[in-house]
Design a protein. Sequence first.
Length: 116
Amino acid sequence: MAHQELGIAVIGDEDLVSGMRLAGVSLYHIVMDNADSGEDVRKAVLSFINDSNVGVIAIQEDYQPFVDEITAGLRREKRVLPVIVEVPSKRGTEQGDVALHYRTFIRRFVGFDVEL
């Protein structure tokens, strides 16, 4: 069976996307801060969800509330891919304990704790 390489897509402001592009991420969507930001983020997430080449969607933490209903739908469908990961913006994170936040995310996603 052939192994398919899945890519990472990022959705965020220009600073986040620029940093991720420097790290080698080639699939991205820059969100402009305006009245249509929520709809823009939802369209970008749906586009990447439907792209069979995307395995991980990194979304700026500030934009997660715009796609809560989409991610809840993916959980109800028990879809494994793509994995949607929130990343902090340049203003920092809203998570009090970042390590605990990601540990909880991994536990929920894979079903057990992963220690490194």
